[in-house]
Design a protein around this ligand. Structure first.
Ligand code: CP
Length: 304
């Protein structure tokens, strides 16, 4: 089976193929057209060991739109709480013959480990601080639709880069498609080695990074992954790294504002900006469904 575990290993051609198919699904939805039920008779299982609002519901909606039967396992209520391991849980579900397993896990590499044990397609819906490939794809599709291209755009991603699987997946996807991605964070949240993701620079100076930016993507502080090691005051963080109206004015006049969610208003982004004219945050959510329709179609429904 083919899986989607990481952006690594995808070519620009693969990405274009997924985005083109997702774009056609997005247009069909906007036009109120029901897509062909390419997943009719297929079983898709959502297995989320970490919380999710957007990813789990959008995978579920995407799979249903294409005619699949979907089970979303509430892991908190499952036998995982009785000590069953990730692999045993996966083997149990595998015995029920699903066609795709959508997996979110706090351990980096969890979905990959599982993919070696099951007979169906595995889609990584976020593993630890490692990868969130469908997020990278939906961010890239949102930008392509907003700006009409990816190549040559200056993208600034600011926030908790160190703990962000979104930062890695989105940087890799945009870099492969020809954008110039600049990462920005407080020193303690700026990991080394981001050039291997394809990042053009990594800086602590948000104001400087914003110059001539086409896209400004904000990330939240992932306090749940910090063990209390880095806890700046909210006010201090906002004063250096919060996206305000004044700061956004440093970017291009037509700069687009993004956020993968969940958003902490008043910490990394001013509410007026999150809800403002330059924001495409709700379009990102909309494209999340379209990208997941495309990925499920390609991995569980045969070739498009
Ligand atoms: N962007 C994202 O992954 O959101 P959820 O955690 O709500 O799925």
């Amino acid at each position: 089976h083919e899986h989607l575990l990481s952006i690594e290993g995808l070519s620009p051609l693969d990405i274009t193929h997924i985005l083109d198919l997702a774009d056609s699904y997005a247009e069909a939805t906007r036009a109120g057209i029901r897509p062909d039920p390419v997943l009719k008779g297929k079983v898709v299982v959502n297995l989320f060991f970490e919380n999710s609002t957007r990813t789990m519901s959008s995978f579920e909606i995407a799979a249903r739109r294409l005619g699949a039967d979907v089970i979303s396992m509430p892991v908190a209520a499952s036998s995982v709480k009785k000590g069953e391991t990730l692999i045993d849980t996966a083997m149990t579900l595998n015995a029920m013959k699903p066609d795709a397993l959508i997996v979110r896990h706090s351990a980096s590499g969890g979905p990959k480990l599982l993919s070696r044990k099951v007979d169906c397609a595995v889609i990584n819906a976020g593993d630890g601080t490692h990868q969130h490939p469908t997020q990278g794809l939906l961010d890239t599709l949102t930008i392509r639709r907003t700006k009409g291209r990816i190549e040559g755009l200056k993208v600034v991603i600011c926030g908790d880069i160190a703990h962000s699987r979104v930062a890695r997946s989105t940087t890799q996807t945009l870099h492969l498609m020809g954008a110039e991605v600049h990462l920005c964070a407080p020193r303690t949240l700026l990991p080394s080695g981001t050039e291997t993701w394809g990042a053009a620079s990594a800086t602590t100076d948000f104001d400087k990074a914003l110059k001539d930016a086409d896209i400004v993507m904000m990330l939240r502080l992932q306090l749940e992954r910090m063990d209390g090691a880095f806890l700046p005051s909210r006010r201090e963080y906002f004063s250096f790294f919060g996206l305000t109206k004044d700061r956004l004015a440093l970017a291009k006049p037509d700069a687009t504002v993004m956020h993968p969610g969940p958003m902490n208003r008043g910490i990394e982004i001013e509410s007026a900006i999150a809800d403002g004219e330059q924001s495409v945050i709700t379009e990102q959510v909309e494209m999340g469904v379209a990208v997941r329709e495309a990925v499920l179609h390609l991995l569980a429904g045969g070739r498009a």
